[in-house]
Design a protein around this ligand. Structure first.
Ligand SMILES: NC(=O)c1ccc[n+]([C@@H]2O[C@H](COP(=O)([O-])OP(=O)(O)OC[C@H]3O[C@@H](n4cnc5c(N)ncnc54)[C@H](O)[C@@H]3O)[C@@H](O)[C@H]2O)c1
Length: 342
């Protein structure tokens, strides 16, 4: 038996279906993000769920929605998690963490080779894709392809991002465009393409956007990067308010200093080729010395999705900066003057 449970029904509450396994051993408990008049407000979603169930009983394989609804499913079993920028660092560790928790993972990166490597390391439940998050058309096509091949994802982690440091006066308009295209619009494209699919499915879900502690830590050397991350934090706050009605949670993650490859690819505006190498080496050494690995961020991301945490600073310095920025912003303004790059 498949029971459709409207999550916003104030008259026939979900609790009524709590004890059903006693009477129905083969039970599919399907969440429908709708109110009491679900048949009127969501006829297409209900028709799809009924069709999937009837076809399954008739011998077709279980759809993702049915797998998720199967009574007894634990953790992220049967769930699909999409991670962008999963070829390296935090994205790779996040894909690994969700896979370890039972999910199937879509491993996307602009670099096809690293996406394939991550997927191969995880195993057969990981599917590699090459996509540039800053390309709107490619992201729409990517979301449609994922939905057609694997189903609508339960969790989307918009993680892909690039570093950019240096003084504002050395940062060109082209630098700004690139960092905003990837760090901000890449997240926007991911939220739009997958958010629309999740909303239409009426089965809820969760979007995780990787911002940064830089979002609330002003710095004379990070004007473009910090602005892009502050925008991701605000976007997440706005989106959370809108998608709450659809049963879709939104988390903004704000890591501090995490040892990944980002320091080897960050562009230092105003530095010549030689200086660029020196600054990358210096930043990489500093981040390595800090010793906070991406797997710790990944574990926090999984926890945030499980608990529906809205904003999650990760690392002690990210948490401290969040508190100081709220209660003593003058201190942050003074610290912003320190040139931490050179
Ligand atoms: N490492 C840190 O200290 C730190 C701190 C705060 C926030 N972050 C953020 O975490 C996220 C992950 O960074 P990381 O440290 O793991 O870096 P990383 O360089 O190790 O990984 C980033 C991945 O994103 C991919 N990528 C870059 N541009 C892309 C694009 N246009 N489309 C698709 N994929 C693209 C890269 O190929 C790479 O595999 C970024 O958004 C970054 O800004 C990192």
């Amino acid at each position: 038996m498949q029971v459709l449970i409207p999550t916003r029904d104030h008259f026939v509450t979900a609790a009524l279906a709590d004890d059903l396994e006693r009477w129905v051993p083969k039970l599919w408990r399907r969440k429908l993000v709708a109110g009491h008049w679900a048949p009127v407000s969501h006829p297409d979603a209900i028709a799809r769920m009924v069709e999937e169930f009837v076809e399954h009983v008739g011998g077709q394989p279980s759809t993702r929605g049915l797998q998720r609804a199967k009574s007894g499913a634990v953790g992220f079993t049967g769930q699909l998690v999409v991670v962008t920028g999963a070829g390296s660092g935090i994205g790779k560790a996040t894909a690994q963490a969700f896979a370890a928790a039972g999910a199937e993972v879509v491993v996307a990166d602009i670099d096809a080779t690293s996406a394939k490597r991550t997927a191969a390391e995880i195993g057969p439940a990981a599917y590699p894709y090459a996509v540039d998050v800053s390309d709107e058309e490619a992201m729409t096509a990517f979301a449609e392809e994922v939905a057609a091949e694997h189903g609508v994802p339960d969790v989307v982690v918009n993680n892909a991002g690039i570093g950019l440091a240096g003084s504002f006066l050395d940062t060109t308009a082209e630098d700004w465009r690139r960092v905003l295209d990837v760090n901000l619009l890449g997240v926007v494209h991911g939220c739009r393409a997958f958010g629309a699919l999740m909303a239409e499915s009426a089965e809820g879900g969760h979007i995780v956007n990787i911002s940064s502690a830089a979002a609330y830590t002003p710095s004379r050397t990070l004007s473009a990067y910090a602005s892009s991350k502050a925008a991701v934090l605000m976007l997440s706050d706005c989106l959370r308010a809108e998608l709450a009605d659809k049963g879709i949670g939104v988390t903004a993650v704000c890591p501090g200093i995490v040892a990944t490859d980002i320091t080897n690819t960050t562009r230092f505006a105003g530095a010549d080729a030689l200086d660029q190498q020196r600054l990358r080496r210096k930043a990489t050494a500093t981040y390595a010395k800090r010793g906070f690995g991406p797997e710790k961020v990944a574990a926090e991301i999984v926890r945030a999705v499980r608990s529906g945490i809205p904003v999650l600073p990760v690392t002690p310095e990210a948490r401290a900066a969040r508190v100081v920025s709220r209660f003593a912003p003058g201190v942050m303004r003074r610290l912003a003057r320190v040139d931490v790059v050179r």
